[in-house]
Write a protein that binds this ligand. Structure first.
Ligand code: ADP
Ligand code: MG
Length: 707
């Protein structure tokens, strides 16, 4: 175990618990290794005879390393991961354990997973779903107090073939974007690339608070966020936490996190304090989108597990505390060939620049045309409190390119057909781009989708969710535009002229999506409206984009989702929203009735007693202070009670509604969640006037500053 480790040999530790290329090369016969490698690198189907050999080698390796169990690890549509552990024990002969792990068990598992959400695809009484080995993501060992277990990344499907998980569509979308990107690359003369990978580096933000304090807050335990909490005297205004030195306890936690993750082959690189007090970030080096998504799930799980060991609680919620920054996940995304060429690297020659401009145009168009889907891919209940709030990008999708690149594109737009001034303008395929410094003008943190030198950074993504969906949308939308471009370029007589025309048209038709200014300003909200950009403020409004005609056309055309799969996701997301708001509302009512009201009554009783006692001692004394306080307490208590009773009624109403699920979710948003805001006002007001020793749960002050 990592506890107490003082010196770490990074090279030895990294990947120690991974059945990786080195282990495979060492333990598999050459032909088997080659066949497996081909599947991994080129996406070719795996020969079943190969699977048996791999399974056996994997089992021997895992057992030598102390593993007793294996699990088919998958990502159901809930957003977290699921696992069912099986021991390697096969039979017992004359009291001796015989272990076995066949190719069949490696390739396919049948978890009794009937209660994972399926959005009606798979009625719970009928055939179960099954898991399929994803040989492109390395199996790894996880060590915890439960022992050592072999984790096999898998996809999860219904017997009818539909994807019941997040991995399957992600793999399909990677396939789609690879196919179209290769077509474009071939046109630019690239004959060697075999595959194009979507690459992802997900920066993960989180809060770390004291575990004992955490356990005293039902809201944190049940909902992941505080439902009450008056503002502390100090918030994040001094910005003294951002990149500040790490507190010892946090540093010890982070060190252990690094080691645990390195062992599992997860290339975490950066760690620092974030803007809000008690907020931190961890970022890995980018990998292909599938592996990066798996790894982000492991990172989230490890953060929680290791925090526990340090008597800390790790909060992954998007907005655990009102009034300070929320947490997001910056989804850094790019496309790269299997031989390592980053397609969003502007390059140095006119030829490379032209290719870059085509890929850049594809993203500009994709983001503009599929903005609503991108927004939907980043929607969850927690993010509704974050997008548009403190230091979070607004709910409007727009793109930051920096002034320099925007200027270049505008020149291309204007340059065509303007003979006289042609010389001043960049001629694609002839002139080179000026060197683009990374983060050209500034680091615009307010943009939800920023080009940062050689990759894009999608910043709307919620901290607690899988990064699968945002990348599925990005990959597929970009695949679609690349397909249009490839279709045109393949037919073009004058290739350079057509490249020029495509870039020019794209900037002309889609420049409304480009915005380099302050995304947090009110002016931008108005400006965006003028440009016709949507400002989709909450999850319920965002979800229908999944089943729009546009979405169904896009995803079915590229084989990423079937219509049935999309409708299932639409339903699951609405259901999930309803469940979350329901739990929050019930927790709130519980806290009011069983914690806040009794505490306030104790305070009222004490103040009343004090008035009586003082009057006994000094009959004509002025007790104005106590009377005012008493009145204040009583008035707010009355309002709190009234609003809470109304909240209960709204909750009941919303529950008994039996109509369309979208309308039901809208009721939870408009009636229940709205009423919760009212309840909170009085709860928080009372917190500021009640004796802090009587307040029934730890304040923001303690939660945020007492780590
Ligand atoms: P910054 O901190 O300026 O946002 P970094 O270079 O530190 O940028 O990278 C942030 C994240 O982006 C890291 O996870 C990094 O690995 C990832 N990243 C860098 N290049 C790429 C790329 N080509 N594709 C995907 N992610 C990338
Ligand atoms: Mg960043």
């Amino acid at each position: 175990m990592a506890n107490g480790v003082s010196k770490t040999n990074l090279k030895e530790v990294f990947g120690e618990n991974v059945f990786n290329d080195e282990v495979m090369r060492e333990r598999l016969p050459k032909n088997v290794y080659k066949a497996l490698r081909k599947t991994m690198d080129e996406g070719l189907p795996l020969d079943p005879s190969v699977a048996d050999v791999v399974a056996n080698a994997m089992k021997d390796w895992a057992i030598e390393k102390g593993a007793t169990h294996y699990t088919h690890w998958f990502q159901p549509m809930t957003g977290i991961t699921a696992e069912k552990h099986e021991s390697f024990l096969n039979t017992v002969t004359e009291g001796k354990a015989i272990t076995e792990f066949s190719g069949k068990s490696l390739i396919k598992g049948e978890p009794d997973a009937s209660s994972f959400p399926s959005g009606g695809i798979r009625a719970t009484f009928e055939a179960r779903g099954y898991t399929v080995w994803d040989s492109t993501s390395y199996a790894f060992l996880k060590e915890d107090d439960g022992g050592i277990t072999l984790y096999i990344p898998t996809a999860f499907c219904a017997y009818t073939g539909e994807a019941l998980d997040k991995k399957t569509p992600l793999l399909r979308s990677m396939e789609a974007v690879s196919e179209q990107a290769l077509r474009v690359l071939r046109l630019f003369g690239n004959k060697t690339a075999k595959r194009v990978f979507a690459t992802v580096g997900a920066e993960q933000e989180y809060f770390l608070i004291d575990k004992d304090l955490y356990l005293k807050r039902k809201d944190l335990v049940f909902t992941g966020r505080t439902l009450f909490g008056a503002k502390p005297p100090k918030g994040q205004e001094l910005e003294d936490h951002y990149f500040g030195s790490l507190k010892e306890r946090v540093a010890a936690f982070m060190k252990e996190i690094d080691i645990e993750l390195w062992k599992m082959g997860i290339p975490v690189k950066t760690k620092h304090n974030e803007v809000a007090p008690a907020q931190h970030e961890i970022a890995p080096i980018f990998e292909n989108a599938n592996i990066a998504t798996d790894h982000n799930q492991v990172i989230m799980d490890t953060l929680k597990r290791v925090a526990n060991r340090h008597n800390l609680a790790c909060l992954l919620h998007e907005k655990p505390f009102a009034g300070v920054n929320g947490s997001g996940k910056h989804d850094n995304w790019s496309l790269a060939t299997n031989d390592g060429q980053n397609l969003f690297d502007p390059g140095k020659t006119p030829h490379e620049n032209a290719q870059f401009l085509i890929f850049l145009s594809a993203v500009i168009k994709a983001v503009d045309e599929y903005a609503e889907l991108l927004r939907a891919s980043a929607a969850n209940t927690g993010n509704d409190h974050r997008l548009g709030a403190n230091e979070a990008p607004p709910a409007i999708v727009s793109m930051f390119l920096g002034d320099q690149l925007t200027g270049i594109l505008e020149n291309i737009e204007n340059g065509n057909g303007n003979e006289k001034r042609e010389r001043e303008y960049l001629r694609i395929g002839v002139n080179t781009l000026p060197p683009l410094p990374k983060d050209a003008t500034d680091r615009n943190r307010t943009s939800p989708f920023a080009f940062t030198g050689n990759k894009f950074e999608f910043r709307m993504v919620p901290s607690s969710a899988s990064v699968a969906n945002p990348n599925v949308v990005l990959n597929t939308a970009v695949a679609e535009v690349l397909k249009e471009f490839a279709d045109r370029l393949e037919k073009a007589d004058d290739f350079d002229a057509e490249v020029n025309e495509i870039v020019r048209e794209t900037i002309k038709n889609h420049k409304r999506i480009i915005f380099n200014g302050d995304g947090y300003s009110e002016d931008w909200v108005k400006e965006a409206e003028k440009r016709g950009l949507k400002n989709i403020k909450n999850t319920v409004d965002a979800i229908p984009a999944w089943i729009s005609d546009k979405s169904i056309n896009l995803f079915t055309k590229h084989g990423v989702f079937t219509e049935v799969e999309l409708r299932a996701r639409y339903e699951i997301k609405l259901e999930e929203y309803i469940k979350h708001i329901n739990i929050e509302a019930r927790t709130m009512v519980d806290m009011v009735k069983k914690q806040i009201v009794p505490a306030v009554i104790r305070e009222i009783t004490d103040v009343s007693k004090s008035i009586n006692e003082i009057r006994l001692a000094i009959p004509n004394v002025d007790v104005e202070a106590q009377l005012e306080l008493l009145n204040d307490l009583q008035v707010n208590l009355n309002s709190l009670r009234k609003e809470t009773l109304e909240l209960e009624k709204e909750l009941e109403n919303a529950h008994s509604f039996n109509g369309d699920i979208y309308e039901k979710a809208a009721m939870f948003r408009d009636k229940v969640a709205e009423k919760m805001k009212q309840v909170r006002i009085y709860g928080d007001k009372l917190e500021t006037i009640v004796d802090e020793n009587k307040w029934p749960f730890p304040s923001y002050e303690k939660l945020l500053f007492y780590v």
